[in-house]
Write a protein that binds this ligand. Structure first.
Ligand SMILES: C[S@@+](CC[C@H](N)C(=O)[O-])C[C@H]1O[C@@H](n2cnc3c(N)ncnc32)[C@H](O)[C@@H]1O
Length: 360
C-alpha cells in the first residue's frame, strides 16, 4: 500500500468506481453519500484530509470502504447522533439532509477518522453459511464426523454453520431455537437437509482475525456492513449471539502455511474438510499457488479411513460458485451458485461427480 501526495483525479475515479459498486449492490445511502464525498473532494473539503493521504492506493485496498466504515463505526458508537438519524443501521431514516449531514460529520471528526483509515475492511458474512450448508450435508452423508478447517475465517462466524437454522418448505436443519434463521434460502430445489451432521472440530485461520467476543471486534464487524443493509446487520447480530455460546478458534496465520501444517497428517475416523468463502481473491498469486499445493497434497494423502474434502464458495463471474472436491478419488462437483452474500442459492440437484486430475 502506498501513502502518497493527494491527487484528486485518481481519488475521484476511485470514489466514482466505489459509488457505482455500492449503487449496483443496493446501497442507496452510500450511492448518495459518495456523490457528496466526490463534490467535497473537488472543493478541497474535509474528505480530502481523510482520503487524500491514500489517494495513490490501488482500488483493491478499498480505501473508500475503509472511510465509509470508519464513519459508520463512529455512528454505531453513538458519536454522530445527527448522522445516526440518517442511517437505518442506527434506527434512522435517510432524507434530503443525508449528504450535508454526512459531510458535517466528516468535518467534525476528521482528526478521529484519519487514524481509523489504517484499518483494513473486515467482513464476515454469515449468509455464506447457507451457501455452504448443502456441501457440508453431502459430506455428512458419508457417515463420519467433520473436522472443519477454514482459512480466511475472519471472526469464525461461518465455522458455526451447524448452529444456525435453515428452513426449506417442510424440511429444516439446525437448532429450532437458533437466533439466526434462514427461511427458504433455496428458491428452487433445496439440498436434502436430513443428513446426521456432527462437527468434531472447528478451527480457522486469518491474517487478521477478529474476536467476536469483544465489543471492539463486534463493532468492527458491524461497521463494515452498509448502513441500509439492515437484514445483513440483523443476521450478523444473530450470529454474534451464537458465537458467544459456541466456541470456534481462529488463529492468526497465513492460509497456505496453516493448511499445510493442519493437513500434514491424515486423521483417521473423521472427514477433514477445508472450507472457505470469498477469500481466495485476496491472496497474492504465490499465496494462491501455495494454498492449492497444500490442498492437493492433503488430497493425495487421503485414505478411505481418513478422507479429505475441499468445499469452497468463490466468485464465478456474476455469482459465487459452491464447489466440492473429495478424496480419495478427486471427484469434483459444482453444487450450487449463490449471491456473494449467500441466499438466494441455486442448488443443482442433478450434479454428478467428475474426476479431477488435480486441484484448480
Ligand atoms: C472478504 S473476507 C471473507 C471472510 C469470511 N471467509 C467470510 O466469507 O465472511 C476475506 C478474509 O480473508 C482473510 N485473508 C486474506 N488473505 C489471507 C491469507 N493469506 N491468509 C489467511 N487469511 C487471509 C482476510 O483477513 C479476511 O478476513
Amino acid at each position: 500500500m502506498t501513502i502518497g501526495v493527494p491527487r484528486s483525479e485518481g481519488l475521484l475515479e476511485t470514489i466514482e468506481l466505489q459509488r457505482m459498486g455500492c449503487a449496483l449492490n443496493g446501497s442507496t445511502v452510500y450511492d448518495e453519500v459518495l456523490m457528496a464525498v466526490a463534490a467535497d473532494v473537488r472543493a478541497g473539503g474535509a474528505c480530502v484530509q481523510v482520503l487524500g493521504p491514500w489517494a495513490d492506493a490501488p482500488f483493491a485496498d478499498a480505501i473508500v470502504l475503509r472511510f465509509l466504515g470508519a464513519v459508520h463505526h463512529l455512528v454505531l458508537e453513538g458519536r454522530l447522533p445527527a448522522l445516526a438519524g440518517q442511517f437505518p443501521s442506527a434506527g434512522g431514516q435517510p432524507d434530503r439532509r443525508l449528504r450535508a449531514t454526512f459531510l458535517a460529520a466528516v468535518r467534525e471528526q476528521a482528526d478521529v477518522l484519519v487514524p481509523l483509515m489504517a484499518e483494513g475492511v473486515q467482513t464476515n458474512e454469515v449468509g455464506r453459511s447457507a451457501s455452504l450448508l448443502g456441501g457440508f450435508l453431502e459430506l455428512a452423508r458419508l457417515g463420519l464426523p467433520l473436522r472443519v478447517l477454514e482459512p480466511g475465517a475472519s471472526a469464525g462466524l461461518n465455522l458455526r454453520f451447524d448452529h444456525y437454522r435453515y428452513d426449506a418448505g417442510g424440511a429444516s436443519f439446525g437448532p429450532a431455537d437458533s437466533p439466526l434463521r434462514f427461511v427458504d434460502p433455496w428458491p428452487g430445489s433445496a439440498p436434502p437437509l436430513d443428513a446426521p451432521l456432527e462437527v468434531c472440530e472447528r478451527v480457522g485461520c486469518d491474517l487478521e482475525p477478529i474476536d467476536p467476543a469483544t465489543p471492539a471486534g463486534r463493532l468492527r464487524l458491524r461497521s463494515y456492513v452498509w448502513p441500509d443493509q439492515v437484514e445483513r446487520l440483523a443476521r450478523l447480530d444473530a450470529a454474534l449471539e451464537v458465537a458467544a455460546a459456541v466456541p470456534a478458534r481462529v488463529e492468526r496465520a497465513d492460509a497456505a502455511a496453516w493448511l499445510a501444517e493442519r493437513t500434514a497428517v491424515p486423521v483417521p475416523g473423521v472427514l477433514t474438510v477445508v472450507a472457505h468463502s470469498i477469500m481466495f481473491q485476496y491472496l497474492t498469486p504465490a499465496a494462491r499457488q501455495a494454498m492449492l499445493a497444500a490442498i492437493d497434497a492433503a488430497g493425495r494423502r487421503a485414505t478411505p479411513d481418513a478422507p479429505f474434502a475441499w468445499l469452497r464458495m468463490e466468485p464465478g463471474g456474476e455469482r459465487a460458485e459452491i464447489r466440492l472436491t473429495t478424496w480419495p478419488g478427486a471427484a469434483s462437483r459444482l453444487l450450487a451458485t449463490s449471491s456473494f452474500h449467500g441466499p438466494p442459492i441455486h442448488w443443482r440437484p442433478t450434479a454428478t461427480a467428475t474426476p479431477a486430475s488435480n486441484v484448480e
